[in-house]
Write a protein that binds this ligand. Structure first.
Ligand code: ATP
Length: 308
């Protein structure tokens, strides 16, 4: 890490927006990524993840707001030398061998990664390296894309949906490598559709929805936020009075009756329980439930896809 950016965050976005016609692909997004962290940008199709990454890479200009990478503009050559990226589409010089392409890219950087290290980290074999890019399979091309991201031995790495098209063992190797890169102190930012992937790998998840940050926190915090909790019970009398009273409790998001039980969804179920017991509401068989995380995430995804 050079002296001029030793204390800067790796990435800072301030009130960044990007519109395509009337579509707000990214809408007033702000966040700061500390150096040495592993961050997942999680969200469904069309949430604005790729657009945000493109602006962090200086490939696209924001309509308004500012983007700083390692304390400078992402277009600054000093910054570009310290970042590596693997985007969804790997477009390479098809008529060259993988080894030649990697060496070409290594040649642009002052302190490139050795070919041996690139092979160990990506799983590319000597046979793969001798193949022309045009003849590589989809999964081999993704590995080549990974190799090109690593070629300059960057401090900061961006991966846009990195495991799409990789088989299970290639996927496992990829995440193992990401963990070892993180252990070396590199900053890693990746996008994914999968909560599980983000939970397994990242120490922070920024959840995108409709171009905005819907949640930002540790995987535990995000899972907590996505999961709906509820208090359920059997009402012994005057259901309407109980419903009306509990609807007034701060953080209650819904009330419904199912198979004779009343369910009160709430951000803070402790508060609902406190009201029930303090006011001695006429209920029995009180229980608290945590909704399924998969269901909650699915719901979030569906809502967004309808809106795209
Ligand atoms: N070049 C473009 N021209 C017009 N609209 C665009 C362009 N790029 C992106 N969009 C729109 O902006 C929105 C956000 O797209 P973006 O690719 O950033 O989402 P994403 O979260 O990366 O999605 P995915 O997971 O499908 O890759 C979408 O509605 C998309 O159609």
């Amino acid at each position: 890490m050079s002296k001029d950016n030793a204390n800067s965050p790796a990435v800072v976005l301030k009130e960044v927006s990007k519109h395509f016609g009337s579509k707000k692909a990214v809408d007033q997004i702000s966040f700061s990524i500390p150096q040495g962290s592993v961050t997942a940008i999680l969200g469904p199709n069309g949430a604005g993840k790729t657009t945000a990454i493109s602006m962090m890479l200086g490939l696209m200009d924001p309509k308004c707001g500012s983007v700083e990478v390692l304390g400078r503009s992402p277009k600054d050559l000093k910054v570009r030398r310290k970042i590596g990226a693997m985007l969804q589409e790997v477009s390479v010089m098809d008529q060259l061998k993988a080894r030649e392409i990697i060496n070409l890219i290594r040649g642009y950087y002052p302190h490139p990664m050795s070919m041996e290290e690139i092979m160990a980290l990506t799983g590319l074999t000597p046979e793969d390296l001798n193949k022309m890019a045009v003849k590589m399979s989809g999964g081999q091309k993704r590995k080549l894309g990974f190799a090109l991201a690593l070629a300059g031995n960057p401090e900061l790495l961006f991966f846009d949906e990195p495991t799409v098209g990789l088989d299970t063992s290639a996927r496992r190797l990829f995440w193992k490598t990401v963990r070892s890169l993180a252990a070396l102190g590199k900053t890693i930012l990746f996008t994914t559709h999968y909560l599980q992937e983000a939970d397994d790998i990242a120490d922070r998840i920024i959840l995108f929805k409709d171009g905005r940050v819907a949640a930002d926190g540790s995987p535990a915090e995000i899972k907590n936020k996505l999961t709906t909790r509820s208090v359920s019970f059997v009402a012994e009398q005057d259901t309407q009075h109980i419903t009306a009273r509990l609807n007034q409790v701060p953080g209650v998001t819904g009330v419904h009756l199912e198979d004779g039980r009343m369910y009160i969804s709430a951000d803070n179920t402790d508060q609902v329980l406190a009201v029930i017991f303090r006011e001695e509401l006429p209920v029995r068989d009180v229980a608290t439930d945590t909704g399924s995380l998969d269901e909650a995430f699915e719901q979030l995804t569906q809502v967004t896809e309808e809106a795209v």
